[in-house]
Unconditional design. Structure first.
Length: 213
């Protein structure tokens, strides 16, 4: 399964989580200088992709994009019809000048509309990506602190079954990996994901999400 390269630029760096605990505590073990830094890992790409909020947003953004595409097609057809009418009009008449001016305005308005909608979509996408990333890292911090970890590093899965994969893509994946091995007990991915999805459902699920806000 494609792991969602649209998110990869956002989650390519490590997530650093510090804890402030110093006392002996059953829920949060005391730090022991002799034992070194406690490190955990999390697969942020998987968390992003499997977070129910991400899925809902992806669906809503897709539906919005489809509606805008339909509107764009409608406007293009209007412009084509106006162009055909102009073509069929005698250029030596006042009617031709009127139709020509209307056609130019239609083209201008269409270009402005399309640019505004593009910038709006990109802004909504960027805003929600930042918001989601902050939500994820906050939850990683909460889980790590509860378990007494000092540092959390992002873990990437090496994908070798991508259709048409080239050597340079595979090489880049290998060089970009930060974790070659980690024991399953220090992987926080599933716990973080379960917590995020539970909180999202409690907040109202799909009804709580509006891509434009």
């Amino acid at each position: 399964m494609n792991r969602g390269m649209s998110w990869l630029a956002v989650v390519a760096t490590a997530v650093v989580v510090w804890t402030a605990s110093t006392g002996l505590n059953l829920a949060q073990p005391a730090k022991d200088p002799c034992c070194g830094t406690k490190v955990a890992v999390v697969d942020l790409v998987e968390v992003f992709n499997e977070f129910d909020q991400t899925k809902v947003l992806g669906q809503q953004m897709g539906e919005l994009t489809a509606r805008l595409s339909q509107e764009a097609d409608r406007r293009v057809e209007e412009i084509k019809a106006a162009a055909e009418q102009l073509k069929a009009t005698n250029p030596d008449t006042p009617d031709w000048n009127k139709r020509n001016r209307e056609l130019k305005l239609m083209k201008l308005n269409f270009g402005v509309w399309k640019e505004i909608e593009r910038e709006t979509l990109e802004g909504d996408h960027l805003r929600w990506t930042k918001r989601t990333y902050q939500t994820l890292t906050d939850e990683v911090a909460r889980v790590a602190q509860a378990k007494g970890y000092d540092l959390v590093i992002t873990r990437e899965v090496l994908e070798t079954d991508i259709p048409g994969m080239k050597m340079d893509i595979l090489r880049q994946q290998i060089f970009n990996r930060k974790v070659v091995y980690s024991a399953s007990e220090v992987d926080l991915t599933q716990e973080v994901l379960l917590n995020l999805n539970a909180a999202f459902e409690k907040a109202g699920g799909a009804a709580s999400v509006d891509p434009s806000k």
